[in-house]
Design a protein around this ligand. Structure first.
Ligand code: FE2
Length: 178
C-alpha cells in the first residue's frame, strides 16, 4: 500500500499491516465531504429536516447520518428504546424537553428510554449534526402514547426513494450497508 503525499513525517517508513481484514469482515467505509452542501445528498425526513445517510446497518437496526435543517426545523416527538449519539457540526438545535442548546462542536448522548422533540433554531448557519442512531424511533402522540415507528428499514426505503428521484440511483444506498 502506498501512503499518499510526499511529507517527511516520522512514520513514513512504517510498513502497513499486510493482512488488513479478517476473512469474514466487511471493507471499511470512506465518505468524503460527509456534511456536504450538495442538497441532492439529503433525503427529506420531515417537512423541515433532511438526512444524508453515511452508514447503514440493517442487521443492527442502526444508521449514521448528517441531519440537516436550512432554517427552523422540527422532528416531532418520539421515543428511543436505544441510545443515540450526536455531534454538532454547525447551526443550533435542541430538544424541547431539555434546557441546553447545542451548537458547533457540541456532543450529545441520549440514553435508551428517552423521549424528545428535536428542533432546529434559526441561525446564520444551517444545522448540520452527525447522528448515530440505533432504531427504532417510536412516534408519540400529544399524550405521549406510541403512534407508529421509524426504524432502519423505513430509513433505507426513504433514502432509496430520494436517491432514485434525484438521479443518483437507489443502489447508492446499498453501498452504505455494513
Ligand atoms: Fe431522537
Amino acid at each position: 500500500m502506498i501512503v499518499k503525499g510526499a511529507g517527511q513525517e516520522f512514520w513514513r517508513g512504517i510498513p502497513a499491516i499486510s493482512q488488513v481484514f479478517k476473512p469474514d469482515t466487511q471493507p471499511e467505509s470512506y465518505v468524503p465531504d460527509a456534511a456536504t452542501h450538495d442538497m441532492r445528498m439529503y433525503a427529506p425526513f420531515t417537512e423541515t429536516v433532511a438526512s444524508r445517510p453515511l452508514w447503514i446497518s440493517p442487521q443492527r437496526n442502526m444508521w449514521c447520518d448528517i441531519l440537516l435543517a436550512t432554517s427552523a426545523g422540527l422532528v416531532n416527538r418520539h421515543y428511543h428504546p436505544h441510545e443515540v449519539f450526536a455531534y454538532t457540526i454547525s447551526g443550533q438545535w435542541s430538544y424541547l424537553e431539555h434546557d441546553w442548546v447545542a451548537t458547533r462542536g457540541d456532543f450529545v448522548y441520549e440514553s435508551p428510554g428517552e423521549g424528545h422533540t428535536l428542533v432546529a433554531h434559526e441561525h446564520e448557519e444551517a444545522m448540520r449534526v452527525l447522528f448515530i442512531v440505533k432504531g427504532p424511533l417510536i412516534w408519540l402522540d400529544r399524550n405521549g402514547h406510541a403512534d407508529g415507528y421509524f426504524d432502519v428499514h423505513d430509513y433505507i426505503a426513504m433514502c432509496r426513494t430520494h436517491y432514485e428521484a434525484v438521479g443518483l440511483g437507489a443502489a447508492y444506498v446499498d453501498g452504505l450497508f455494513r
